[in-house]
Design a protein around this ligand. Structure first.
Ligand SMILES: CC(C)(COP(=O)(O)OP(=O)(O)OC[C@H]1O[C@@H](n2cnc3c(N)ncnc32)[C@H](O)[C@@H]1OP(=O)(O)O)[C@@H](O)C(=O)NCCC(=O)NCCS
Length: 177
């Protein structure tokens, strides 16, 4: 699979990250407890951890295991968030995050739609899926708006350590061909 390094939508540019994105990611959302409430990692307060995450993502891209893009607003090049996919045979798993001050403007729906459209058009991909915490309705709504269908609840599926010390129930969404 050779994903595009850049997606262009009406308002957004998604591009392959560079290590210099670490400062903006760190400042905009990686330390925000509200943004990370239903994510799988905890803010650490260390910029170096964001850099390490970007280095690991670059390795995963080279190996073809996972691909990520930072989401930029075209009009001012502001970094808003990120979208990523993890590839497992014919299945592609989605993840996404947006800085809080940009929530509620349809940005993530626009970004995720571009990545879903590309993924489903890949010959070997038959299923694009993602989970979200049952208490994360904004994320569930993004998936519904891009055409993914709720398949059920995966009970005790994932740790969201900023929310609880115990594994959490998640909705599972997918679009298939
Ligand atoms: C989830 C997230 C990416 C959404 O990004 P966004 O750009 O604000 O999303 P959009 O504006 O495209 O769409 C959000 C939708 O959720 C709805 N929504 C937001 N909060 C809601 C709530 N508490 N209850 C119900 N719906 C809600 C909005 O009304 C909108 O739907 P609409 O267009 O039908 O009105 C963003 O909130 C985020 O980054 N959250 C933290 C990280 C995260 O949870 N990532 C996903 C992990 S599974």
């Amino acid at each position: 699979m050779r994903p595009p390094e850049i997606f262009e939508t009406d308002r957004l540019r998604l591009r392959r990250p560079v290590i210099e994105d670490a400062e903006a990611i760190f400042a905009e959302y990686a330390q925000d407890l509200e943004v990370t409430m239903y994510l799988t990692w905890k803010p650490t307060g260390k910029l170096e951890d964001t850099r390490e995450h970007l280095r690991a993502s670059a390795t995963a891209w080279r190996e073809g295991a996972a691909f990520g893009w930072v989401v930029l607003r075209k009009e001012d090049n502001q970094l808003l968030g990120a979208v990523g996919v993890r590839v497992d045979g014919h299945k592609v798993e989605l993840g996404y995050v947006l800085a809080k001050r940009f929530w509620g403007k349809g940005y993530m729906t626009e970004a995720v739609q571009a990545v879903v459209n590309w993924s489903i058009s890949e010959r070997e991909v038959y299923r694009i899926w993602a989970v979200c915490d049952v208490e994360n309705p904004a994320s569930a709504r993004v998936m519904e708006k891009v055409g993914m269908k709720r398949e059920g609840i995966l009970r005790r599926w994932t740790m969201h350590p900023n929310r609880s010390d115990e594994p959490r129930d998640c909705y599972c969404y997918a679009v298939v061909k």
